[in-house]
Ligand binder design. Structure first.
Ligand code: XLS
Ligand code: NI
Ligand code: NI
Length: 435
């Protein structure tokens, strides 16, 4: 059965196409800088936003009526698998991501939950084998159920820690079963509300304990996905421990997790942290820890994680530039952690939204490739730091100077000439690459 009878395979039809169900910029086989666009972009669809999110918000009821809703939670879960793979195939997206509770109902016990997961992952595996579609990452939802009210690994209750550990074990088992390339930890409730009752160091030690157990279990079962921490500064916790890329890196280094962990960075989380997305990607690159990205965008006028589909070409260009500089994003990918607006409630909006996001990233890729080919940023930066190429600068970088020798130099150096950035000029020239 087809859930989207009126929608066929989405093809690239070029810039001037007015078929809304066509790509105008994403041309999967087109070569950009020696690789196909498909290889560069490694798009993934997120199960939660596409299959389970119903358009409800704190002020209103669901608006997304879906034809895969069944009589029982398990029937719905099975229908979702069918509908999901229909979407992936028609979009030509080769990867997907999910939380355990997105795919299977929790039931009345952990045992029932695990049995449901087994049944559904059998169906998913069948679909994967038929289509060649792959699992970019999965994760355990350790934040929705009321038991996680005080956190998961950071909970004050050890039974909750144990329950979280069981979910992570199952998550790794299904990652192995489905050949997951990465495994994500987003610490939804790993943070605190008030320091008045919180032992912050103990809670972070416990999070690291769970991560080390995950590494050890992966080794034991012979399945080592790239582990990823997804930083976010707040929401739902007031203070989340993985605030941003730099904070997550401090955690990774403090607990010696560098060999196994990288970062999954989300655009809207960057803006919530008061950073641009490219800042977060650049920080990760400084540590050789850019693992994967959650593509979306926030509304700068709203202070929460609105998870909109990315449509801002300026942002995707700078993000794709970081990814090109990183030598690509594999084994990570570009996961649309994005949801259709509450007012975009028709089934076909799921396609229109992904097409918009994919085209926006394709435009970003093409613009970033042109910037790279023209050595646009390289030239600006080479010029800006030129004083370190020769003379005293080269000698500082080589480690041949100290405070005394530099004082001698400064005393003799009467006139320092500092140059302008001409930043407005740079920004205006950058605009030439965008459209
Ligand atoms: C929530 C996060 C979440 C993670 C996966 O803000 O973005 O969706 O990506 O748990
Ligand atoms: Ni995310
Ligand atoms: Ni998010």
């Amino acid at each position: 059965m087809a859930y989207f009878e009126n929608i066929g395979k989405i093809h690239y039809e070029g810039k001037t196409a007015d078929n809304p169900f066509a790509f105008r910029h994403y041309n999967p086989e087109e070569i950009v800088l020696g690789k196909t666009m498909k290889e560069h972009l490694r798009f993934a669809v997120a199960y939660w936003h596409t299959m389970t999110q119903d358009g409800s918000d704190p002020f209103g009821n669901p608006t997304n009526i879906r034809n895969w809703w069944g009589e029982t939670p398990m029937e719905t879960a099975k229908n979702r698998v069918e509908a999901f793979f229909e979407i992936l195939e028609k979009l030509g997206v080769e990867y997907f991501c999910f939380h355990d509770i997105d795919i299977a109902p929790e039931g009345d016990s952990l045992e029932e939950f695990f049995a449901n997961i087994d049944t559904i992952t059998d169906l998913i595996k069948e679909k994967m084998d038929q289509t060649g579609i792959k699992l970019l990452w999965n994760t355990a939802n350790m934040f929705s159920n009321p038991r996680y009210v005080h956190g998961a690994a950071s909970s004050s209750n050890a039974d909750v820690f144990a329950h979280a550990a069981a979910q992570v074990k199952k998550g790794l088992d299904i990652s192995k079963k489905l050949g997951g390339e990465n495994y994500v930890f987003w610490g939804g409730r790993e943070g605190y509300e008030s320091l008045l009752n919180t032992d912050m160091k103990f809670e972070q030690d416990n999070i690291a304990r769970l991560f080390k157990m995950a590494i050890a279990y992966g080794e034991k079962i012979g399945h080592k996905p790239q582990f990823l921490i997804e930083p976010k500064p707040k929401e739902p916790s007031t203070h989340q421990y993985d605030f941003d890329a730099a904070t997550a890196m401090a955690f990774i280094q403090k607990y010696g997790l560098e060999g196994d962990f990288k970062l999954n960075l989300e655009a809207n989380h960057a803006t919530l942290a008061g950073h641009t997305f490219e800042h977060e990607l650049n920080v990760a690159r400084c540590y050789d820890a850019l693992g994967s990205i959650d593509a979306n965008q926030g509304d700068p006028l709203l202070g929460w994680d609105t998870d909109e589909f990315p449509t801002n070409v300026f942002d995707t260009t700078l993000a794709m530039y970081e990814i090109l500089e990183n030598g690509g994003i594999a084994p990570g990918g570009i996961n649309f952690d994005s949801k259709v607006r509450r007012s975009s409630f028709e089934m076909e909006d799921l396609f229109l939204a992904h097409i918009a996001g994919m085209d926006t990233y394709a435009r970003g890729l093409k613009a970033a490739a042109a910037l790279k080919e023209d050595r646009f940023f390289d030239e600006i930066k080479e010029k800006r730091y030129a004083s370190y190429q020769t003379g005293i600068g080269a000698s500082i970088v080589a480690g041949d100077e100290d405070l005394e020798s530099l004082t001698d130099y400064a005393l003799k150096n009467e006139e320092i000439k500092v140059e302008s950035n001409h930043l407005e000029f740079v920004k205006s020239r950058l605009n030439d690459y965008l459209f």
